[in-house]
Design a protein around this ligand. Structure first.
Ligand SMILES: [Zn+2]
Length: 308
């Protein structure tokens, strides 16, 4: 039997998505469970295992599945398959998730952080297709990053590369979750953006609302996004000079702010980066949206089982 399917799992702070994908990363089946309904690590792992088991015993997919990939919202040792911690899900510390899942499911498992997984998805099937040197950025609660260099995901000496959200923007500034200070993430993570919006509008406002307002021409909303674009563009200008990128692909909830944000990023890069590098780089929106996690996880599984 030719095993041609993979299981892609996107373990997010909000949803746990489990899908079966074919060798072209077409989604054959997808299940979505709310992450918060599993209060403990063990319950979450059990839910994940039981969903995968159902697929493994199904007639449709059963013995055709060759491996499992998991994208997770936090730092991971890709080689050892250990989750260091999750900034937004309590109770996870140095969890050997790869080993646990392989033991319970009897299939090869590969694990990486969500930004790396999204980068693989966008590189093989999305906005970065056909390019060689790409920085993929997820703009959400945190600012995540993945680097494709020379057509390969660059992981670094401890499998921890790509953290564009933790490049310092200033010498001094607010402390960051990572232990540093004045990181990009403390200025443009969505908590900061929403806090700024709350101060200006004197009420709570969602990210979607802020984007809709900006796209309708609300000057104050546009200023918030423009300012975020200048901060992101400044750090991207440094990345562009350092790496001479083909493109920066931007995904995550904040990417929906649209043209006002992207234009501000582009203008800042043009004015701050070196001419040759600035001229080359494209700034584009991620294409795969909420499916990027499961698609990238399936690619991870396929690469790990050497069937890609
Ligand atoms: Zn940081």
């Amino acid at each position: 039997m030719n095993k041609k399917y993979c299981i892609g799992i996107d373990l997010g702070g909000t949803n746990l998505k489990i899908a079966v994908l074919n060798h072209n990363c077409g989604i054959l089946s997808k299940e979505i469970l709310p992450t918060q309904s599993f209060p403990h690590k063990e319950a979450l792992i059990e839910a994940l295992v039981s969903s995968v088991r159902n697929k493994l015993i199904s007639q449709e997919f059963g013995n055709k599945i060759s491996g499992i990939g998991v994208g997770v919202p936090g730092p991971v040792d890709y080689i050892k398959g250990v989750v260091h911690y999750f900034p937004n899900i309590p109770g996870w510390k140095e969890v050997p998730l790869k080993k646990i899942l392989e033991k319970k499911l009897g299939l090869p498992v590969a694990i990486d952080n969500d930004a790396n997984v999204m980068s693989l998805a966008e590189y093989y099937h999305g906005a970065a297709r056909g390019l060689r040197h790409v920085l993929c950025v997820t703009l959400g609660t945190g600012v995540g990053g993945g680097l494709i260099l020379n057509g390969t995901l660059y992981r670094g000496a401890e499998n921890a590369a790509g953290e564009i959200g933790h490049l310092p923007l200033n010498l001094e500034g607010p402390s960051c979750n990572c232990g540093g200070k004045a990181c990009v993430e403390v200025y443009v993570g969505n908590h900061r953006i929403l806090a700024r919006a709350r101060r200006i509008y004197k009420k709570d406002i969602t990210l979607e609302e802020l984007s809709v307002r900006a796209n309708k021409g609300d000057r104050r909303a546009r200023d918030i996004w423009r300012n975020a674009g200048i901060q992101l563009g400044t750090v991207f200008a440094g990345a562009v000079n350092l790496l001479n990128l083909d493109a920066i692909v931007i995904g995550g909830g904040m990417a929906n702010a649209g043209e006002v944000l992207f234009k501000s990023i582009r203008q800042t890069i043009t004015s701050r980066a070196m001419q040759v590098q600035a001229k080359r780089v494209r700034i584009c929106k991620a294409k795969l949206g909420s499916n990027a996690g499961i698609i990238g996880a399936a690619i991870l599984a396929a690469e790990a089982t050497q069937r890609f």
